[in-house]
Design a protein around this ligand. Structure first.
Ligand code: FES
Length: 177
């Protein structure tokens, strides 16, 4: 039989149980911390309306649920974008936030411009900068047509540099007619 004393056996058993307990706590904590760094989030596709809801030349405000929203997020899970139908089945979806400091831009149909109320930023209908401090065009979402419906791909957007960026979001036009 073994020469291990009862005391030594109990010490080893205690150490083994402690190691198992530490692993039981560490594995889920580490995986929760590292998962966002390792996952590549492509973003979910959200249906935002029917083809017939968007006449050619129209630009309309749409809303949808964020890809990374939490169950407790409530109304904050929703975000908005501007969806423009240029001609035929060509669509462009713009983030609703100015690329300067993130204020929500509004569409002025008569002027055919996006206007930012905060510091006078102005964008043309294709999202490019017309005037003011915005450093770059309005950020775009990917758009696709699924049957008779329009879908856009949700994802964290590099709106102002203050939010997370997947690095593959611009330009994003994707037509699957
Ligand atoms: Fe839009 Fe400054 S936030 S111009």
């Amino acid at each position: 039989m073994s020469n291990i004393s009862r005391k030594e056996f109990m010490t080893r058993l205690s150490l083994a149980i402690a190691a198992l307990s530490a692993a039981a706590v560490a594995v889920p904590v580490l995986s929760a911390l590292l998962a966002p760094l390792l996952e590549r989030n492509e973003g979910a596709w959200r249906t935002v309306g029917a083809l017939t809801d968007f006449p050619a030349g129209s630009t309309k405000l749409i809303s949808f649920v964020n890809d990374d929203s939490k169950p407790y997020a409530g109304i904050t899970a929703k975000t908005a974008a501007w969806l423009r139908r240029t001609e035929g089945n060509d669509f462009i979806a713009f983030a609703a936030n100015c690329t300067h400091l993130g204020c929500p831009v509004r569409w002025e149909d008569q002027a055919q411009l996006f206007m930012c109320p905060c510091h006078g930023g102005v964008y043309y209908k294709d999202g490019s900068v017309a005037a003011g401090p915005p450093p770059k065009p309005l950020t775009r979402y990917k758009v696709r047509i699924n049957g008779q419906h329009i879908q856009i791909q949700t994802a964290p957007l590099p709106i102002t540099g203050m939010t997370a960026c997947t690095g593959n979001q611009h330009p994003m036009k994707d037509k699957n007619a």
